[in-house]
Design a protein around this ligand. Structure first.
Ligand SMILES: Cc1cc2nc3c(=O)[nH]c(=O)nc-3n(C[C@H](O)[C@H](O)[C@H](O)COP(=O)(O)OP(=O)(O)OC[C@H]3O[C@@H](n4cnc5c(N)ncnc54)[C@H](O)[C@@H]3O)c2cc1C
Length: 409
């Protein structure tokens, strides 16, 4: 088999961006564990930590991510904010130009006023009355196609949400190859080259490559690193969130989730529809339905404290995390009271932005290179929890690595 110049493991936010950048100049193979799912079936790619062994004994924080071509971006709800710019700059990585490029590629823009729903408008009005400063969320959504169904996290049946599939399609049109249902297990070094070992249809396969870019996401990248002989630190963060809410006496139509937000130092608050609120209310004998509940998400910058093992994910809330959540809950409940909610319930702790499992400065250098000489580029290299949607920055990191590779030849 002819050697590929670069084998990229994982086709998510960072992997797809780097593939798109280098595909005209190099022979590239993208390996993806999941299927090539249409956007309206993206929910089939959900991975939940609660399906891991002994979930209850390892912290019981539900962690969400996705498998499939395009990675977890297919399940994202389109939020497109800049995060981690300053933190990365301190490490010698400037992603400003790349962020500009990503914003142009996906036409990221705040939701137009006429697309804001009644819940969001009420949230904005009442939180302003309390002296807070809500902002409109920038989104990676084509608003001409969006029907405000509020189900972005299931995929998108109207093809309005913009995802990493855009970069993957471009990379393929420039000559990259894509292999789906291939799970990379290990990277071996063979003299000055590499070999990716993985499973395809039950068979163990070795793929030779001049170099490898590991972009399997923060829950899988550490497993591949550990199998390859690179031990990773216990620094998993997940941007823990809870959604608190209750029944309102008004009737609302469906609307875009997280359409506005209030940023604080360690957390953000944003209107979020959660089916779990209906379940929690019914446990208290309060009947509610989709159109009469209001929810607010409190998403924190959590401590880098947790890790991924072969069969489980260990992640607890630290004392500091609990403090941040309760600070957020105190403010969000004031807003909910103003919105007319009497009985407030809370979901359990969830995390949808896993990262930090192979951080810059520990596992990789600021060129994203490991001591074995291959690259890692995904949320695992982030130095700390952003406490905010990270896709734009992860795509920018992918572009940055691509440019470094192009400039090094
Ligand atoms: C429900 C939900 C909503 C979200 N909404 C937003 C949002 O609105 N805005 C935002 O900025 N962020 C959002 N996020 C977070 C965001 O999607 C992730 O932080 C981001 O996609 C992570 O990028 P990544 O490149 O690290 O990994 P991923 O995008 O997860 O990509 C990793 C890829 O690698 C593949 N893979 C894994 N292991 C292997 C292996 N061994 N071999 C081959 N392939 C492998 C996976 O199948 C996957 O395709 C959301 C997350 C969830 C769960």
């Amino acid at each position: 088999m002819d050697k590929y110049d670069y084998v990229i493991i994982g086709s998510g936010a960072s992997g797809a961006a780097v593939a798109e950048k280098i595909s005209s100049d190099y022979k590239v193979l993208i390996l993806e564990k999941g299927d090539y799912l249409p956007l309206n079936e993206a929910h089939k790619g959900y991975f939940r930590a609660s399906s891991c062994k002994d979930f209850e004994e390892h912290g019981k924080i539900e962690i969400l991510s996705g498998n499939g071509v395009g990675g977890t971006t297919l399940l994202a709800i389109g939020n497109g904010v800049r995060t981690q710019e300053k933190e990365l700059k301190k490490l010698g990585i400037d992603i400003e130009k790349e962020l500009d490029e990503v914003e142009r590629d996906f036409e990221v823009s705040p939701i137009p006023e006429n697309m804001l729903g009644d819940r969001t408008n009420l949230f904005i009005e009442k939180s302003k009355e309390l002296g807070y400063k809500p902002k409109i969320m920038p989104k990676m959504i084509d608003f001409k196609k969006c029907k405000k169904c509020g189900k972005c996290n299931m995929g998108c049946q109207f093809q309005a949400k913009k995802t990493s599939l855009h970069y993957i399609e471009n990379a393929i049109s420039k000559g990259s190859e894509l292999k789906t249902n291939f799970e990379a297990l290990k990277i071996n070094k063979r003299n000055k080259y590499f070999e990716v070992q993985g499973m395809e249809k039950g068979n163990l396969i070795n793929i030779p490559a001049k170099n490898v870019i590991l972009s399997a996401g923060a829950l899988d990248t550490p497993k591949v690193l550990n199998n390859s002989g690179i031990m990773t630190p216990k620094k998993l963060f997940v941007d823990i969130f809870v959604t608190i809410g209750g029944k309102s006496n008004q009737s609302f139509k469906d609307e875009i989730n997280m359409a506005a937000y209030i940023p604080f130092n360690d957390f953000l608050i944003s209107p979020y529809y959660s089916e779990r609120i209906i379940k929690m209310l019914s446990e208290k004998k309060i009947e509610s339905k989709r159109d009469n509940i209001i929810g607010l998400m409190i998403k924190i910058k959590d401590d880098s404290f947790g890790y991924v093992d072969k069969n489980f994910i260990e992640k607890y809330c630290t004392g500091k995390d609990v403090q941040k959540i309760s600070n957020g809950v105190a403010i969000a409940s004031r807003i909910l009271k103003k919105l007319g909610v009497d009985m407030i319930v809370s979901t359990e702790a969830i995390g949808a932005h896993p990262g930090g499992t192979a951080p810059i400065g520990t596992t990789v250098d600021n060129q994203f290179k490991t001591k074995m000489g291959f690259y890692v580029c995904d949320a695992s290299i982030l130095p700390e929890s952003p406490g905010a949607p990270p896709i734009l920055s992860l795509m920018a990191l992918g572009k940055k690595l691509g440019e470094n590779i192009l400039n090094s030849t």
